[in-house]
Design a protein around this ligand. Structure first.
Ligand code: SF4
Length: 463
């Protein structure tokens, strides 16, 4: 065990943890629980000390609910991003940047690795070793400053295009969905078209709008876009992509989506919260959203953790650090994750989010043409529909999760979500009476701004 002033996993936990299951990776390799324990207690504290900070309010703090295997394995997968993605790419898997809240099934079906904005940031972060929390926050802010100059001061800069533009990350293709939900896509794609790193292939997946899932032409058109996408990724991966490849991938991701739905419903049904907010979010993200760059690995952790959640709910076991009857907050909007530790200390907990829950909770039909099925599912995501449809779906989630209040959060520069916030919140208040609060924040990074958290905590007090 490394002796430092950083957080240390209790050594007495080792035996219990090492009896848990191995993580199975997509390339056929695996990491036993002993491998994970060794990395998290001996290697990562030296390479990534910022993650082991004891500072109470740091957003990057490790989950302290250490008897839940995913609380450690999720962090293992996040802290090994650079090692794993670099190795897979060297072994021939092209890395594709994706944005727009879409399903990643087609990217993996074609032999690629799909990295969303958060995952691009995690990969970039993993290439800078030995940084403490303050040094890591300064690094992030310097990187964002470059993006404001290279792209535009008007954009939110969540995506991490600056890492690609500068050639700092070897991304093979930029292929986002050009849907309305995210204005950063348009800024980023346009900047990329004119930017210094033109060697990176650029492809847009055109997303038709307005009652799109009900129109045959829109589903067919979108399915053609998906075929074009898998074909282009297949060329980079040096393989022909068949319909069977996509069907297989859809089945794998559907298993994750089903497990995520079951886990969320179990969680919502419990009298006492079975996990803290950080672990709740990481669990549902493992089922379909995919932040680790390896859907098979995420799924093995989700399968194992689902059983733990079931047991905790059946036995009435509450997560550490959470009060008995917390105020239940549901978060709407985009790309803002308020500090769960601070919220839990104030007597509340985040019970759900609309962003990404919309795509994780949409299953894809498994019989028939996989491209048409996937196109229909993606065009049906509630988050991408008109405000009335999105509000009706959100109200359903608020009822299921027994939310006491709604926080609508978005980054400065997020044009669509800032325009939708008022309409969505007014509809929720009119139809349910649940209090809502809208907060815009400047790109927060790991340190989290006091302004955001003061307002969130004032809302919790009011509730
Ligand atoms: S905050 Fe808004 S504009 Fe920025 S990446 Fe998220 S959805 Fe896109």
């Amino acid at each position: 065990m490394v002796k430092t002033d950083l957080y240390e996993y209790p050594p007495e936990l080792r035996e219990e943890f090492e009896a848990t299951e191995a993580i199975q990776f997509r390339d056929g390799s695996s990491a036993t629980a002993a491998d994970v324990w060794h990395f998290m207690t001996e290697i990562a504290p030296k390479r990534y000390p910022f993650a082991y900070t004891q500072k109470k309010y740091a957003g990057v703090r490790l989950s302290r609910d250490i008897h839940l295997p995913s609380a450690i394995k999720n962090h293992y997968l996040l802290l090994t991003m650079n090692d794993r993605i670099t190795r897979s790419r060297e072994n021939g898997a092209p890395v594709i940047f994706v944005q727009g809240g879409q399903s990643v099934d087609p990217y993996y079906a074609a032999g690629g690795i799909a990295l969303r904005p958060a995952s691009v940031g995690l990969w970039a972060r993993g290439r800078h070793e030995g940084l403490g929390l303050n040094e890591e926050v300064v690094r992030q802010h310097k990187q964002k400053e470059k993006a404001y100059h290279a792209i535009s001061f008007e954009a939110c800069q969540t995506a991490g295009y600056e890492n690609i533009q500068e050639g700092g990350l070897p991304i093979d293709m930029v292929a986002p969905f050009t849907c309305l939900r995210c204005s950063d896509i348009s800024y980023g794609v346009e900047a990329h078209r004119h930017g210094p790193n033109k060697a990176v292939k650029l492809m847009n997946i055109d997303y038709p709008m307005r009652h799109q899932a009900d129109k045959t032409w829109a589903v067919e058109y979108f399915a053609q876009n998906l075929r074009r996408l898998t074909s282009e990724i297949g060329k980079l991966a040096g393989r022909e992509v068949t319909d069977a490849d996509l069907s297989k991938e859809i089945r794998l991701h559907n298993e994750g989506r089903r497990l995520a739905i079951e886990t969320a419903e179990l969680w919502w049904s419990a009298d006492l919260p079975p996990t803290n907010g950080v672990d709740r979010r990481s669990l549902y993200q493992m089922g379909g959203m995919e932040v680790h760059g390896d859907p098979s690995a995420s799924l093995t952790v989700l399968r194992e953790s689902h059983a733990y959640i079931k047991e905790r709910v059946n036995k009435g076991i509450k997560a550490e650090g959470v009060v008995d009857k917390p105020i239940r907050l549901f978060v709407c909007g985009s790309c803002v994750f308020p500090n769960d530790f601070r919220i839990e200390e104030a007597g509340a907990i985040i019970v759900g989010q609309d962003n990404h829950w919309s795509d994780i909770s949409t299953l894809v039909e498994e019989d028939g043409d996989p491209y048409q099925n996937l196109a229909h599912a993606i065009l049906s995501y509630p988050y991408e529909q008109s405000v009335e449809v999105r509000a009706a779906w959100t109200i359903e989630q608020l009822k299921k999760s027994r939310a006491d209040g709604v926080l609508f959060l978005y980054q400065w520069g997020c044009n669509t979500q800032s325009a939708i916030a008022r309409m969505l919140c007014d509809t929720i208040k009119r139809d349910t009476g649940i209090p809502t609060m809208i907060i815009e924040q400047h790109e927060g990074g790991s340190e989290q701004s006091e302004q955001l958290l003061n307002r969130v905590n004032a809302f919790i007090e009011m509730l």
